[in-house]
Design a protein around this ligand. Structure first.
Ligand SMILES: Cc1ncc(COP(=O)(O)O)c(C=O)c1O
Length: 397
């Protein structure tokens, strides 16, 4: 049995704040501050360049990848850390297209995160030769998979609504049509149980600064199905993905297995923070986190719907169909969220009209859910959001 009071005590959570935005940026694990400080002073400071060997920096991308793998149903040696998620989307897509040279279509959905679509557009523009990105409504993805599709690019949990795609079914359908799959797990890793092996997913990518709590700018990860790893060409052929980086060969030869998906120098300080964050994940199981997340999201939906009829639920009512966030729609969503933030309930806003709240059992419990519901009800009842200052858009929403 996991002790969620214990996991909660492992985070620095500012006094009086109800933090429901761990789906965007997880809070600071207390030990991350110490770990980064010692990586700076003891490792960088005293070891200097020898830290690559002595402190094991060079092996961290795969060591940490193995730890992430446990949270997403991926065996050791199939996940590696590095770069940002947008870059990893590009890399996975490019590799997948090369594995299906006779096909030209990337299939995605209109609910996908813009960066994924932009990366796909950029890639097809670069490739020319009739490559194209096709997007359909999320509910039409399965029906649109046919023998012309090279690869599907799907974000499992929709960043706006929290609606979850069926990874296993879509992957089966893709494979039956001879296509490959790239799964974006940005809103899945640490939010819902993921079983990449069980679903037979081909590629998966994700970030660590949301539910995995690695801090702003934490490294992304990429997974490649073990039997594809030796034939997948990394496209972004950086020196650290080379078979022998320190041979400094003139020509690229891909490294063994997942190592080839490395590109350049890994972010050592961010990885130190991530390691401390993953220590907290060792205290629980994804199944328990999921069960608790469902309890919390059910409680929040019931509370808000009872108190605020003006807010329309945008998240699937069926808990099995959603991730670990709850979204409501309102035409004045931006101002409402600013009014909530001013009252220390932190969620975020996604255009055009979505109020988003993330539920993260490692540090959120019933008290925060009930506290948030009460303040949302006050803001809605009294139209406390209806002030000019709450309507001025900031750079980040
Ligand atoms: C689903 C999804 N894909 C891609 C990205 C882009 O990630 P990054 O900014 O780390 O490249 C995000 C960022 O929030 C995301 O939510």
């Amino acid at each position: 049995m996991s002790d969620f009071n214990k996991t909660r005590s492992e985070f620095h959570l500012p006094e009086g704040l109800i933090y429901l935005d761990g789906n965007s940026l997880g809070p600071l694990p207390r030990k991350a501050a110490e770990r980064v400080a010692s990586t700076i002073t003891v490792e960088w400071g005293d070891m200097l360049v020898t830290g690559w060997n002595k402190a094991g920096w060079m092996a961290k991308p795969t060591d940490i990848g193995d730890r992430i793998g446990k949270l997403i149903g991926a065996p050791a040696g199939t996940v590696v850390m590095g770069d940002t998620l947008s870059i990893k989307v590009f890399q996975a897509l490019a590799s997948a297209l090369r594995l299906r040279p006779d096909r030209k279509i990337i299939l995605s959905d209109t609910g996908n995160f813009p960066s994924d679509l932009y990366m796909a557009e950029g890639l097809v523009g670069l490739l020319g030769q009739g490559y194209s990105l096709k997007t359909v409504a999320p509910e039409d993805v399965e029906g649109a998979i046919d023998e012309t599709v090279a690869v599907t690019l799907i974000t499992e949990v929709d960043y706006r609504t929290g609606r979850m795609h069926d990874m296993k079914r879509i992957t089966e359908k893709a494979h039956a049509a001879g296509a490959l799959t790239v799964w974006d797990l940005a809103h899945s890793a640490g939010a819902v149980p993921v079983d990449l092996t069980g679903a037979d997913a081909d590629f998966a990518v994700g970030c660590t600064y949301k539910y995995l709590n690695s801090g702003p700018g934490g490294p992304a990860f990429i997974y490649v199905r073990p039997d594809l790893a030796e034939s997948a060409e990394p496209a972004l052929a950086g020196w650290l993905g080379h078979e022998q980086p320190f041979a400094f060969d003139q020509n690229y030869r891909p490294g063994r297995g997942i190592e080839r998906m490395r590109v350049g120098t890994p972010p050592v300080l961010q990885m130190a923070a991530l390691e401390a964050a993953l220590d907290i994940w060792d205290m629980t199981t994804m199944a328990e986190v999921r069960a608790r997340s469902i309890e919390l999201t059910e409680r929040f939906i019931a509370g808000v719907e009872a108190a605020c009829p003006e807010l329309t639920l945008a998240t699937p009512r069926d808990a099995g169909m959603r991730g670990s966030q709850v979204s409501f729609r309102h035409a004045e969503g931006y101002a409402i969220m600013q009014a909530l933030i001013a009252r220390k309930v932190i969620g975020d806003f996604r255009a055009p009209d979505i109020l988003r709240f993330g539920f993260t059992p490692l540090y959120i419990g019933e008290a925060e859910v009930d506290g948030a519901v009460k303040i949302i009800a006050e803001v809605m009842d009294g139209r406390l959001w209806d002030r000019e200052e709450y309507k001025r858009r900031a750079r980040v929403t």
